[in-house]
Design a protein around this ligand. Sequence first.
Ligand SMILES: NC(=O)c1ccc[n+]([C@@H]2O[C@H](COP(=O)([O-])OP(=O)(O)OC[C@H]3O[C@@H](n4cnc5c(N)ncnc54)[C@H](OP(=O)(O)O)[C@@H]3O)[C@@H](O)[C@H]2O)c1
Length: 245
Amino acid sequence: MSETKIALVTGANKGIGYEIASGLGALGYRVGVGARDEARRASAVEKLRAGGADAFGVPLDVTDDQSAIAAAELIERQGGRLDVLVNNAGISGETGPGWVQDPTTLDLDLVRTVVETNVIGVIRVTNAMLPLLRRSTSPRIVNVSSSVGSLTRQADPDTEIGPVMAAYAPSKSFLNAVTVQYARQFAGTDILINAACPGLVATDFNGFHGPRTPEQGAATAIRLATLPDGGPTGSFFEDDGVIPW
Ligand SMILES: NC(=O)c1ccc[n+]([C@@H]2O[C@H](COP(=O)([O-])OP(=O)(O)OC[C@H]3O[C@@H](n4cnc5c(N)ncnc54)[C@H](OP(=O)(O)O)[C@@H]3O)[C@@H](O)[C@H]2O)c1
């Protein structure tokens, strides 16, 4: 089997996901660019290749079962296994003025949509890729979460945690909780799974408001994607270290 490590990054056509793909490409990984839109996927692959990365496109809508199955089949044909899965694709869902999602007036369909992408999408893609990850000698899974999913920080009146976001923030708490259950299930195996917070990064996601660049936002996910054997698992990290659940 090829020595070159193979990675898949979901939502890699732009923003933080694109920079995670670029960073892994620079480290010598063959990178699958998971993206649902054909034109955006093709242009990201072209840009990554122009930068020297060994990138290939993976059509992938994380809310679609068939799409996840087809993506796994494509990766199997491309490399026969998967070494790194970065579940990066995510949405905030619609917000009101000040980026608020008020729990008292929340549209239930909005909650369903956000959870379908940010949580169920991660489970769907992870489970579709697991047979390929199990063929790796050092499988790594990174779930791109957010510190707004930290219940400890949300409940601390002294922590600056931004607006009330009653759909998005709990979706990341849910994702964190799911990450812990996967880590428990993987105990005693070589699979390391962790959650990463990129910090407040200027991307489409937030109208390009935020002090950090997508490249800076990608750093923690790249570090967790390339952990050595015996590294941490079932934890939640940002640049400065562990985030409390
Ligand atoms: N930006 C921040 O400050 C910040 C902070 C904390 C956490 N995060 C997290 O970081 C991750 C990346 O966010 P970003 O800031 O880079 O946002 P972004 O620029 O809006 O990128 C989001 C990516 O996810 C993709 N995506 C959304 N729904 C998808 C679906 N159903 N199937 C496949 N791909 C889908 C988007 O694809 P399309 O182009 O097709 O829409 C896009 O590639 C998210 O999980 C987000 O929650 C961001």
